[in-house]
Design a protein around this ligand. Structure first.
Ligand code: NDP
Length: 388
């Protein structure tokens, strides 16, 4: 039986992962499940899958989790240290689906055990891509992409020589506001931004899709995952979300990954890799679909894309600054403390201020340095929002 742990089990990716795993209860032995605050869902799934341990990130929820799992023999724990300890338990395959920079440390711990890490948590690659890859190499572990675009690129690259890659195109739906007049964007509300035209995802990533911060993170993730020169990475708006990414080769061939927007494809590919196994996803009817359309990704509408290029040019720890500032700006937008277009301003100003502090961004890639820069970027972003 394969030993499986799922971090972020109560979220959108976590629930899709559980959907696949629960279909084959005899194939998997569930080591750890983690959630943040939703202990009712966590306890339900821990019971259903017979997990060894259930961990909630929020320590104030532990008493309720304990009560919900009383008498089951399932261990319970809470907090950041408990998450790390759970990630240190031997497992063969670990899903990294916590949202935000909080996903980095458990993912690194899982890699140190030699487990295969299915990485949905794109923030890990944005904040510390070289550290993730180096940790995997040092411990003989594998990192497999779960983001649909990166899974698409990964699949298009099977058996190919990276030297023959001319370009990588990742697609973006354009999110909730792709057709809004530019002058309306400043008044967009969190409720409007949290409605995605095609994908059913968590609230934060859905809003990040509307602002294209999600795509900006994915461009950086592409560079880090595949070691691709940033100048070869393009973003194209594709409102139907059927083609997830394309890889262009030096003979002019363009290999596209096409499929309905259902994260269970990318999760299932990572779960069964290197095999392909039947998955319960819709099969595409091309005739019914009729047409696919594409548009340029405008950096005036989506300044996050320009900022991602600046971050890649700066290198070092600037990805951690970018992500942390984005997380704080997103918190403030959700709380209606800043407007939709204010998010990009806050991130840009934070990048400028933190980069101006000599040496910090290039202090070296370690978990401690990532954490220090993350902390400083959050404080700086908060200060900028107070001043504005
Ligand atoms: P959700 O918001 O739906 O779920 C996030 C998960 O993380 C939940 O289990 C949540 O717990 C938990 N969590 C929240 N904060 C913390 C914290 N501080 N420490 C530990 N756990 C925490 O997110 P998604 O599933 O949408 O996304 C998860 C990751 O996957 C993100 O990095 C996202 O960018 C990426 N991704 C998501 C896709 C999607 O289709 N949803 C597609 C591709 C990538 P709780 O809910 O119990 O509080």
């Amino acid at each position: 039986m394969r030993r499986i742990s799922i971090f972020g089990a109560t979220g959108s990716i976590g629930q899709n992962t559980i959907d696949l795993i629960a279909r084959e209860p005899d194939a998997y032995d569930i080591v750890a499940l983690s959630g943040g605050r939703n202990v009712v869902q966590l306890a339900h799934d821990a019971r259903k899958l017979g997990a060894q341990i259930a961990v909630c990130a929020d320590e104030t929820c532990l008493a309720e989790l304990r009560e919900l799992l009383a008498g089951t023999g399932i261990e319970t724990a809470a907090g950041e240290t408990a998450l790390i300890e759970a990630a240190q338990r031997p497992a063969d395959w670990v899903m990294s689906a916590i949202v935000g920079a909080a996903g980095l440390a458990p993912g690194l711990e899982a890699l140190k055990t030699g487990a295969t890490l299915a990485l949905a948590n794109k923030e890990s690659m944005v904040c510390a891509g070289p550290l993730v890859m180096q940790t995997a190499r040092a411990h003989g572990a594998a990192v497999l992409p779960v983001d649909s675009e990166h899974s698409a690129v990964f699949q298009a690259l099977v058996g190919e020589d990276l030297a023959a890659v001319e370009r990588v195109i990742i697609t973006a739906s354009g999110g909730a506001f792709r057709d809004w007049p530019l002058d309306r964007l400043a008044s967009a509300t969190p409720e409007q931004a949290a409605t995605h035209p095609n994908w059913d995802m968590g609230q934060r990533i859905t809003i990040d899709s509307a602002s294209m911060f999600n795509k900006a993170l994915e461009v950086i993730e592409t560079k880090e995952f595949f070691d691709i020169d940033p100048s070869l990475i393009e973003v194209v708006v594709h409102p139907e979300s059927m083609i997830h990414a394309l890889v262009g080769f030096n003979d002019g061939a363009l290999m596209a990954h096409v499929g309905p927007p259902d994260m269970r494809h990318a999760i299932g590919y990572a779960l069964h890799h290197p095999a392909r196994r039947a998955l319960p996803v819709e099969r595409l009817d091309l005739v019914k679909l009729g047409a696919l359309t594409f548009r340029a990704a405008c950096e005036t509408r989506w300044p996050a894309l320009r900022l991602a290029r600046e971050v890649m040019a700066e290198g070092g720890l600037s990805g951690a600054v970018f992500n942390a500032a984005k997380e704080r700006a997103l918190d403030a937008f959700i709380a209606k403390r800043i407007g939709f277009t204010g998010m990009a301003h806050v991130v840009e100003q934070t990048l400028n201020r933190v980069s101006a502090q000599n040496g910090l961004i290039h202090a070296g890639m370690s978990l401690d340095n990532v954490r220090a820069v993350d902390h400083l970027a959050r404080e700086t972003a908060d200060m900028i929002m107070l001043q504005n």
